[in-house]
Write a protein that binds this ligand. Structure first.
Ligand code: SAM
Length: 477
């Protein structure tokens, strides 16, 4: 008998482990900060109840839980392989505030409690229709008053472009009988297409850039995304209708900067100004050929009360967005036109309160009465991120540096570790990972230098690594 779509999908996740990554946009702290900016009073993340559906190997929720010891977490997934990995990580890091619940979401939903934050990352577009619907029903049914839902999903029209490669992969791997054959076939056709499109020039050459990151993409991402038989991109408007049918409404994007219209030509800007908030988002997706969203939902009655307000600014915490900092580091720093981003880039990776940020702007010449409005506008520039609490990151290397425990554990297993900003950081050099693993607060630089051996430049190497750890948010304050 042919297996059902549910059986095939589950088998695929048991066959090839999905390698998860921390997703900073799904942090309750950041969701709460955005809701606060919209005039709402979300539950305090520090003591919240948080659910993640389709949590995979726990790479997102487990580091989150270690940073929020007063909160309670439930993480659920139906893959025994992935839940096994999540349990291993939870045990190794002694994470005591997470319940790992193995089972199909359509069945376990009934046994779950209520939650202040519900996270569905890499789930909505990657499951069959009935599971998708069960998720949205659960997100409304299990949401406590004032709660927020985070959903990431693939969107049209941008995914029409990605679909060209998906269709080619399907054709190429139609006869594949093993996961290995399917992954190899997917890589092969993507490489051949990239070459053909680059040579063709024009629009095809633009599409070829789609494959620029192929060498870095893990097998599991190709297998469970591009080569998967279940991949459901939607128009934003259809997503909003689906959420609305369960009583949820759209509050904002978790990547707030994507709601901004910066860089678009005047005619499109005028169109956006005239549009209602939801139509504006849909127009933006067309204008930017958007392919992925991370939306924050809340009950429709909460959305009706939401109003953007600068009054919340002084009490929030702000940081520069990592991608912007990296971009600035590779070109002339004068190129940052946004004064708010410029102050924050100087402070990176630390956060500043809105009050401190406003004072810094005034020092640089902004009239005091303009500062909050200016900060509010910058929240939509793509350069600024919001938090409800400071991040607790050391910006200087201390006498006996202590790296984030999660990253220290991961350093022995992988080239990508999680930092205190809940981002993945790549450490390709084995020596860097060895020093990170040893930086547990008990060793000074001399003792850490011994980790890289007796070479004469050991101290200089360790200094370089430690500076990098501080800059990439790996050291605790
Ligand atoms: C694309 S992966 C994303 C994993 C993780 N959230 C991440 O982004 O790294 C989708 C996950 O959903 C899980 N999943 C799919 N269908 C499910 C179902 N019906 N019930 C529970 N989990 C399911 C899979 O096992 C897999 O871990």
């Amino acid at each position: 008998m042919t297996p059902s779509i549910h059986e095939s999908l589950k088998a695929a996740y048991e066959d090839v482990a999905y390698v998860g990554r921390p997703n900073p946009y799904s942090l309750p702290d950041r969701l709460a900060a955005i809701a606060t900016l919209f005039g709402l009073s979300p539950p305090d993340p520090a003591t919240a109840r948080v659910l993640e559906v389709g949590c995979g190997d726990g790479a997102n929720i487990l580091p989150m839980a270690t940073r929020m010891p007063g909160a309670r977490f439930v993480a659920t997934d139906y893959s025994s392989l992935l839940m096994g990995r999540a349990r291993e990580m939870a045990d190794a890091l002694r994470v005591g505030n997470v319940d790992l619940v193995e089972g199909d979401l359509r069945e376990v939903a009934r046994s779950l409690g209520t939650f202040d934050y519900i996270i569905g990352h890499g789930f909505y577009s990657w499951v069959p229709d009935d599971v998708r619907d069960a998720f949205v029903a659960l997100a409304r049914g299990r949401l406590a008053p004032g709660g927020l839902v985070y959903v990431s999903y693939n969107v049209l029209p941008g995914c029409h472009l990605r679909r060209i490669a998906w269709d080619a992969i399907r054709l190429e791997t139609a006869g594949a009988t093993t996961a290995r054959e399917r992954i190899d076939g997917a890589r092969r056709i993507r490489r051949d297409l990239a070459e053909a499109w680059s040579a063709a020039g024009g629009m095809a050459a633009h599409l070829a850039r789609e494959f620029a990151d192929d060498d870095e993409r893990p097998d599991s991402s190709l297998y469970h995304d591009d080569a998967s038989g279940v991949n459901f991109p939607v128009y934003f408007s259809a997503f909003v209708r689906h959420a609305g049918s369960h009583g949820l409404g759209f509050l904002a994007e978790a990547e707030l900067g994507t709601m901004g219209a910066g860089g678009l030509p005047p005619a499109m800007q005028s169109l956006l100004v005239a549009a209602d908030p939801l139509s504006r988002e849909q127009y933006l997706d067309f204008a930017r050929l958007r392919r992925f969203r991370q939306s924050i939902l809340a009950p429709a009655e909460t959305i009706a009360r939401a109003r953007l307000t600068a009054a919340a600014i002084p009490g929030l915490h702000f940081a520069a967005v990592t991608g912007v900092v990296q971009e600035v580091a590779t070109r002339d720093a004068r190129a940052i036109e946004d004064a708010v981003a410029s102050v924050l880039v100087d402070r990176y990776p630390a956060t500043m309160t809105g009050a401190e940020l406003a004072a810094a702007l005034v020092e640089r010449g902004t009239p005091a009465s303009d500062a909050p409005g200016r900060i509010l506008r910058s929240c939509f520039s793509g350069a600024v991120e919001l938090h409800t609490v400071p991040l607790g990151i050391a910006t200087r290397v201390s006498e006996r540096p202590r790296a984030y425990a999660v990253a220290r554990w991961q350093a022995g297993r992988s080239a990508v570790v999680t930092n205190l900003r809940h981002e993945g950081v790549r450490l390709d050099e084995p020596d860097a990972r060895a020093v990170l693993a040893a930086a547990d607060g008990s060793r000074d630089r001399g003792a850490l230098a011994a980790v890289v051996g007796s070479r004469p430049d050991a101290t200089a190497i360790v200094d370089h690594f430690l500076d990098r750890f501080a800059y990439t948010g790996l050291l605790e304050a």
